[in-house]
Design a protein around this ligand. Structure first.
Ligand SMILES: O=P(O)(O)OC[C@@H](O)[C@@H](O)c1c[nH]c2ccccc12
Length: 259
């Protein structure tokens, strides 16, 4: 949580990159993380593969299927993260669905997160109300930030509530759809939505995700938010090049700097 807070205070135009743990290979976690860090990603979002990922489009779904076939699980992921804890400096957040977390045991899960140095969690199917009633204390006491998602459909009063309960950033979903790289610029509707959120002058910074696939998209949304999150475009790249270090570094540099 603190690592993320410091990063948001110190830097603008943040680039966060999502990848699915266990993809393309079971032991890709360390090489991918190292290459993302070297390429200039400001923080990373590690996906915990799940068989029923409702918010995910085909590219991320496919990576989850492969990762599960490769034998990735929460237990394996935590073991890997324990080993690489000292060699990765950028903040890490985990993204995943609530069911596997419940099965693991929420308390045990949060303790593992703390132990391996996870800064925050994105659990799209954990409702705000349940979080506040049952888990807020557990998360904050362990320094784990819960990251809420908002969409163009989220009303102002709800955004205000989420803003209050946020401890790092709000995930501003760019449009109401599943994850997936899209081409083309922002639509007037998206701009209206970003401007509506900006005019609320929230205490919490926002990151935009869903459909950001290249340097131009990234720069464009940085006009309306603290940074952007790229998932499917990166996973597609991994489909082609595997976890090759130099290829990943090159991809991230291009995403961030445009060349
Ligand atoms: O894939 P995209 O369109 O680049 O979007 C980012 C996204 O993949 C990543 O943040 C993510 C993957 N699965 C999610 C589920 C919910 C929210 C966010 C996510």
């Amino acid at each position: 949580m603190e690592k993320l807070q410091t990063l948001f205070k110190q830097k603008k135009d943040l680039l966060s990159v999502y990848f699915t743990a266990g993809f393309p290979n079971i032991d890709s976690t360390l090489p991918v993380l190292k290459a993302l860090e070297e390429g200039g990603a400001d923080f990373v979002e590690i996906g915990m593969p799940y068989s029923d990922p409702l918010a995910d489009g085909p590219v991320i779904q496919n990576s989850s299927t492969v990762a599960l076939k490769n034998g990735m699980s929460l237990k394996v992921l935590f073991e890997q993260l324990k080993e690489l804890k000292k060699s990765v400096k950028i903040p890490m957040i985990l993204m995943g669905y609530f069911n596997p977390v419940l099965k693991f045991g929420v308390e045990a899960f949060i303790e593992e997160c703390k132990e391996v140095g996870i800064s925050g969690l994105i659990i799209p199917d954990l409702p705000y109300e349940t979080y506040i009633e049952e888990y807020e204390k557990l998360f904050t006491e362990n320094g784990i930030s819960n990251i809420f998602l908002i969409t163009p459909q989220t009303p102002d009063d709800r955004i205000k509530k989420l803003n209050k309960a946020s401890t790092s950033f709000i995930y501003m979903v760019s449009s109401a759809a599943v994850t997936g790289a899209r081409n083309g610029g922002l639509s007037p509707k998206q701009v209206d939505y970003f401007e509506r959120v900006n005019s609320m002058e929230l205490k919490t910074p926002c990151m935009v995700g869903f459909g950001i696939s290249n340097h131009q998209n990234y720069k464009e949304v940085c006009n309306y938010a603290h940074g952007a999150i790229v998932g499917s475009a990166f996973i597609k790249h991994l489909e082609n090049i595997g976890d090759d270090h130099n290829e990943i570094v090159g991809f991230i540099k291009k995403l961030k700097n445009g060349q």
